[in-house]
Structures are given as structure tokens and as C-alpha cells.
Write a protein that binds this ligand. Structure first.
Ligand code: BGC
Length: 746
């Protein structure tokens, strides 16, 4: 009896509690109803308060209603250490060491969306465990110039490749109830004068080259937030740019998330109130170094905005829209009680970092099959600063505090010793011995007082005594290298490295050069060096992942996500040395090269202008593409066609190849690049095995953006479908006729 009464009372209590649960807290109600309910309960001041920061990385919620705030974190390669409330310096916590995943250039080089999904899942779990709601990444700005200091945070030169790779990353992150914040929207392609440089670009180039990855991130990846960048476009800062934010993002792409300013990228209350930015962070800082203390009430979207509203000078519908978006973001993340708990520094995350790195490292050259390290090699000499330098500290906002980072030399030593190979080390050159960022220090003492000639002489002597030499150099995360806030000063490697490499090549012909960079670089010694590897910045598992590839435990399958041109002038932005094109004149930078970015430009130059082409990457086995066939020889303009090509592993070990399909418009009324990537697929095959790879091309593969009509347009006529394994290695060309036109709005 008693039990029965208790059960009934509990049921009544539960029912009445349910009846009293406000809609905004009731997760069984539709999201938009919950947002509307919360908004209805809020005062104007509360609505304004949730639109701006309360600390370096957080914004307040609505404490009166029990609505939590937002905590952001960089991004994009690992979860940044916590900083002090109002300072950039790290807080010195003991629970914020993380796994550093490979830089996004390396992820893009996998050409494998599954790796992108694994990356997003893993980094999302780390963000979730650290109680972050917004991960400030991934970055998808197009690789326009190899001097851009932040290229390592992006996904290369091709709009199609970066579009396909960004989607699974976002989904993987957001499955954890953590928002991805795709950045830096849009046209943030250089660091020189980044806070003000005004980009002038024609509409066609904007739509075909610089917007597609952002569009894919929003419309297919479903990103819950986006970060307008520092730069201007067509006269207005990205955060105050009605075309970018209202017309394109929130209009054409129907974005329902939050546009979060880059740190310190807002400049004007009226403009930002009217033009579509939803949240403001980092004002009165240059993004990284200094800041007015506790200036949060003075933010453009704080008291000045409230004043405008109260005076009737700003649109309250716009305020409600901004606040609704922020509430939606909070409900999608912090207020989602069903989201998983996440995990930090798990064995799975280290395994993911190593696997992604293994698939992203690119074997650029391997004459005489110098790699993998053969049986018979007894003594290896490793030379170069990047073999012993931690690369996870520095480089700007992507700097991390890692639980561990395996250095290349240590990874090589561990792998070699298991095989009974002796490893010696020589420095070769001294680059940058610093290792500190916002109070996080590497703790490494890299000083070496030997003069440059002595360093070379010592390395050469040791090289003569070794069976093979592995030079590990490149760039680093210091200013004017691969780093935020400034661009590189030259295309050549810094710190005398070209001279060191030349000397090593003369001393021992069995030389491998491993470039640890996020950018392409000049290789004046290329003819004298039989093997070259692109090693990227690969984070916690760097040493093991590089050793995996050098010793053949992993068969390389990475492909370049951007062109390694021979000289700086082989990039269109630098072709004529026109300063209006780079770095800009009187505040304007003009993208006069239009569509001719990366291979779209070098395709029109001779082979001498390219050291390694977009899409290039070798394997320790060989692949052969058979005869490709199309499902149709004619299609209507809005139709689609499949390409099928048999791929055979003709070598003697398992490996993976990337089939790349480029479309060429034989005759067009508007200029078109010679060819453009429109499909790819990575396939792994056992030796001797053949499998068909089928790829689909839909109307998007044939369209150009017509600036006269503002419509995507497919023109009837002859096309060629080029099937290959690199942009400069096309095995088959198939004719296709498009019979009718098609046009559509974005
Ligand atoms: C960078 C962003 C970063 C933000 C917060 C800015 O300087 O441009 O990419 O997310 O700082 O650290």
C-alpha cells in the first residue's frame, strides 16, 4: 500500500515538474521553440550581454535563467591551453595538456575524407573533455601565396579538395556537442597587414576559388559557427561586410549558426549591428599580444550597442536574430544533456594522430628506391635542427601545450634500434633556438655556439662515415616562418639550409631531405638529392610517424594539396612582382590573377616551373590505371556521369593510390583554367590486385560562375574528363558532350 502511494506521488510530482519545465529547458521540444521561449524571457540588456566576450575566450550566458555561457578554444590542431581570465598568458593549469594532431595541410594531403572524420571525432572529443563549446577551426583559406605564414592551418590551393575534406572534420567535431567554427571567412590569404588589408577580387574568382570550402562547411558540413576574419573585402572589414555575412552566408547559404568575430576584428558598432556579425571577441587586441584590461563592457556589441538600441537607432529585429543564434548555439552544445563526455590524451587519439600523419606524409622523390631504409644500412646520420626541435609550441593561436611530442630524431632512433641500425646526429645549422608561447615553454635548450662553417664541416665529416643521411629541416613556428601574424620573407629555406644540403649531397649521395613545413619552398639542390619527403608539422606523433614512412612500416600515400613551384615567381600572385598583387599597395591587395591559383596557373607554364605538382605523391609500390570509361558519352547540362577506372597495384607491397578526376572545358565563352579537380577517391590494394574505382561528376563539375548573371552556368559543348594520379600525371582523357545548358543560383 505504502509503496503504491509513493509510486503514484512520484508520478504526480514528475508530471507537475514536467508541466513546469520551461520550454527552453525541455530538450524534447523543437530547438527553435526553445530558442524563442528563452528569447521571450530575456531583457534587452541580457540579449546584448550574450553577444560579446566576458573574458579572452568566453561569453556569459543568462545567469538569471540558468542559461550557460560559451567557452571557445583554438583550434585547429589541438585544444589550446587555458589562458588567464583577461590575459593571453597560459593559466598554468595541470589538466590542459593535449594531443597535437597533424596540421591541416597534412590532413588535406591524405586526400582521404575518412581521415578527416577521424580527425574531427578525435579533436572534438578532446574539446568536449575540456568543456569547450566552440572549437576555433578548421581553417579553409585558399593557398594563394607560399609566403602566407598561416598556410599550415589550411587545406591547400584547391576549392574542391578543401571542400570535401572540411565536411567530415566538422561533423566529427559536432557529434561531440562541440561547435566547429570554420575560419577565416573570407579572403584572409596573407598575414601582412592582415588587420586591414582590403582584398579586391572579381566575383567569379570569389565564387569559384575562395568561397566553395566555406560554402561546403556551412551547407554540407552544417557548421554551427563561422569566424569572419581580420581583412577587408571590397572596402568593408569581414566582420562588418553585409555582402559576405548577410547576402551570401545568411542569405544564399541559409546559415543558422553564429558568426563569431576573429579576436579584435570588429571596428564599428553601427556597422557590426547592421551587417550580420553575431558575437564579438578579443576587441582592443591585435589578436594575440596586447589588450586593454577588462574592456568587455566597452565592446562594440556591448554597452555601445545597447545604447543604440535604447535610442532606437539600431534594429531590434536584428538584435533578436543575433541573440537567437547565440541561444541556438548554446542549446546545441552546452545545454545538450545527451552529448558524450569526450576524452583527453587517449590511446585512440594518439593512434589517430599517427595514422593521419602516416597517410598525409608525401614521398615527393625517391630515385633508385633509396627509401624505405634498406636492409644492409648499418649507420644512418640524421642532420638538421627540425629533427630535434619541438614544433607544437609557437606559430600563433594554434600553439599547444602537449602531453608529449615525439621528436623526429627520437622516432628514427627508436625505429632504427629495433632493426639494429646505428643512428648518429649532427646539427648542420642553427635556426631558431627559442621555444616559448604565451608562457608555455618547450624546455629545450637548442643553443649551439659552433660557427656556421664548423657546423657544416662536422656534418659533412659524419656524412662521409654513414651509409645514408637523412636531413630534417624546413621552416619552424617562429616569426616569418610558418607562423601567424607575419608572412615568410623568402621562398628559399632559411638559415643556410640550402648550403648544408648541397654539402651533404656532395659528401654522401644517399641523401634524403625531409621538409618539416606548412609551405612549399625552393629546392635549388633538387637534382643532387635522390629522395625528398614532405613531412609537414605533425604534432605529438611526429617522430614515430616520420620513422614509420622512412623505414617502410607505413607505405606513403599522401598527395600534395598545393603546388611546389620551382620559384616564387611561378605562383601567379608573384609572377610579375606587382606589389598591388602582393603584399598590396596603399591598403589594397588585388587578386589580378583571378582563377589562376596553384595548378590552374602552373598548368600554363612549362614543367620547369614546377618541382612537384598538385596531387603528386609516390608510394613504395607501383600503380597502374587501366582504361577509364564514362557511363554516358552525352549528358544534359543538369545531368551527371560516372567515371570508372580499374586500378592495379603492380608492385610487391600493399599501398594506396588516389584516383583524381579533372574536368576540362574544351571551348567556353568565358576563360577557364586548363583543368580543374572535380572528383577523387583513395583506394588501398594488395600487391597484384585490381579494383574498379567509380567517381561521379554532377552539374557542379562542369559549371562556371557567370558574373554577368550571378548564376552558375553549364554551357553545352565538348568537355574532356582527365583521369590520373596527379595533376601532372594524367593517364586517360575521355570526351564528353554536354547537350543542353543549365543555370542556377547558389
Ligand atoms: C586568430 C584566430 C584565433 C583567435 C583566437 C586570432 O588571432 O586569427 O584564428 O582563433 O586569434 O585565438
Amino acid at each position: 500500500m505504502n509503496i503504491k502511494i509513493t509510486v503514484i506521488a512520484a508520478a504526480i510530482l514528475a508530471l507537475s515538474a514536467a508541466a513546469q519545465t520551461p520550454v527552453y529547458l525541455d530538450e524534447t521540444c523543437p530547438l527553435d521553440e526553445r530558442v524563442a521561449d528563452a528569447l521571450y524571457r530575456m531583457t534587452t540588456a541580457e540579449k546584448v550581454a550574450i553577444l560579446h566576450a566576458q573574458s579572452k575566450f568566453s561569453s556569459p550566458g543568462v545567469q538569471r535563467l540558468g542559461i550557460p555561457g560559451i567557452w571557445c578554444t583554438d583550434g585547429p590542431h589541438g585544444i589550446r591551453p587555458d589562458v588567464l581570465w583577461d590575459e593571453w598568458d597560459q593559466a598554468g593549469a595541470t589538466n590542459d595538456s593535449c594531443v597535437a594532431f597533424p596540421a591541416l595541410t597534412c590532413l588535406a594531403a591524405t586526400w582521404n575524407p575518412e581521415m578527416s572524420a577521424l580527425y574531427g571525432k578525435s579533436i572534438g572529443e578532446e574539446a568536449r573533455y575540456r568543456n569547450k563549446n566552440v572549437l576555433l577551426g578548421p581553417g579553409v583559406n585558399i593557398y594563394r601565396t607560399p609566403l602566407n605564414g598561416r598556410n599550415f592551418e589550411y587545406m591547400g590551393e584547391d576549392p574542391y579538395l578543401s571542400s570535401r575534406m572540411v565536411i567530415p572534420y566538422i561533423k566529427g567535431v559536432q557529434d561531440n556537442g562541440v561547435a566547429a567554427c570554420v575560419k577565416h571567412y573570407a579572403l584572409n590569404n596573407q598575414e601582412v597587414d592582415r588587420a586591414h588589408v582590403n582584398v579586391l577580387v572579381d566575383d567569379r574568382t570569389l565564387y569559384e576559388i575562395y568561397l566553395p570550402a566555406f560554402k561546403a562547411a556551412i551547407t554540407e558540413g552544417g557548421a554551427w559557427s563561422i569566424m569572419p576574419g581580420y581583412n577587408k573585402y571590397a572596402g568593408d572589414h569581414a566582420c562588418e561586410n553585409s555582402r559576405l555575412l548577410l547576402d551570401i552566408l545568411k542569405g544564399d547559404w541559409e546559415f543558422d549558426g553564429v558568426a563569431i568575430s576573429d579576436w579584435g576584428a570588429v571596428h564599428n558598432t553601427e556597422k557590426v549591428a547592421a551587417n550580420g556579425l553575431d558575437m564579438e571577441f578579443g576587441s582592443w587586441t591585435n589578436g594575440l599580444n596586447f589588450g586593454a584590461s577588462n574592456a568587455y563592457d566597452r565592446y562594440f556589441l556591448a554597452l555601445p550597442y545597447l545604447k543604440l538600441i535604447e535610442e532606437g537607432k539600431a534594429d531590434t529585429a536584428m538584435l533578436n536574430d543575433k541573440a537567437s543564434r547565440v541561444l541556438r548555439l548554446i542549446m546545441r552544445t552546452e545545454m545538450n544533456r545527451n552529448r558524450p563526455y569526450g576524452s583527453l590524451n587517449s590511446p585512440e587519439h594518439y593512434a589517430a594522430a599517427r595514422r593521419i600523419a602516416g597517410e598525409g606524409i608525401v614521398l615527393l622523390k625517391n630515385d633508385g628506391n633509396l627509401l624505405p631504409v634498406r636492409a644492409g644500412v648499418k649507420k644512418i646520420l640524421v642532420v638538421g635542427e627540425n629533427a630535434i626541435k619541438m614544433m607544437t609550441v609557437g606559430g600563433g593561436s594554434s600553439s599547444l601545450k602537449v602531453q608529449r611530442e615525439i621528436l623526429p630524431l627520437d622516432g628514427i632512433r627508436a625505429n632504427a634500434s629495433a632493426k639494429g641500425i646505428e643512428v648518429a646526429y649532427e646539427r648542420g645549422y642553427v635556426g631558431d633556438v627559442t621555444g616559448e608561447y604565451n608562457g608555455v615553454t618547450t624546455g629545450q635548450d637548442l643553443r649551439d655556439s659552433r660557427p656556421a662553417d664548423q657546423l657544416i664541416a662536422d656534418a659533412v665529416k659524419a656524412a662521409r662515415e654513414a651509409d645514408m643521411v637523412i636531413f630534417i629541416g624546413g621552416l619552424n613556428k617562429s616569426d616569418n616562418q610558418d607562423s601567424e601574424g607575419c608572412d615568410r620573407l623568402e621562398y628559399n629555406l632559411p638559415y643556410n639550409q640550402d648550403k648544408v644540403i648541397e654539402a651533404l649531397a656532395a659528401a654522401n649521395p644517399r641523401l634524403v631531405v625531409v621538409g618539416i613545413t606548412g609551405n612549399a619552398y625552393a629546392m635549388p639542390w633538387l637534382d643532387k638529392v635522390p629522395a625528398v619527403v614532405q613531412g609537414w608539422f605533425i604534432g605529438s606523433e611526429a617522430g614515430d610517424a616520420i620513422a614509420d614512412v622512412l623505414f617502410g612500416d607505413v607505405n606513403p600515400s599522401g598527395k600534395l594539396p598545393f603546388t611546389f613551384a620551382a620559384a616564387l615567381t611561378d605562383y601567379a600572385a608573384h609572377a610579375t612582382g606587382d606589389k598591388e598583387m602582393y603584399p598590396g599597395v596603399a591598403g589594397d591587395v588585388t587578386y589580378k590573377e583571378g582563377l589562376d591559383v596553384g595548378y590552374r596557373h602552373t598548368d600554363r607554364l612549362g614543367k620547369d616551373h614546377v618541382n612537384f605538382a598538385f596531387g603528386h605523391g609516390l608510394s613504395y609500390t607501383d600503380f597502374k590505371l587501366g582504361k577509364a570509361v564514362l557511363s554516358e558519352s552525352k549528358i544534359p547540362g543538369d545531368g551527371s556521369v560516372t567515371v570508372t577506372v580499374p586500378v592495379t597495384n603492380t608492385g610487391d607491397r600493399k599501398g594506396a593510390e588516389v584516383v583524381q578526376v579533372y574536368v576540362r572545358d574544351v571551348k567556353s565563352s568565358l576563360y577557364r583554367p586548363y583543368k580543374e579537380l572535380k572528383a577523387f577517391n583513395k583506394i588501398e590494394l594488395d600487391p597484384g590486385k585490381t579494383a574498379d574505382v567509380t567517381l561521379t561528376l554532377d552539374k557542379n563539375a562542369f559549371a562556371y560562375y557567370d558574373p554577368a548573371t550571378a548564376m552558375w552556368t553549364v554551357e553545352p559543348g565538348k568537355f574532356e574528363i582527365l583521369v590520373g594520379t596527379a595533376s601532372d600525371d594524367i593517364a586517360g582523357r575521355l570526351p564528353l558532350a554536354v547537350t543542353t545548358p543549365a543555370i542556377w543560383h547558389d
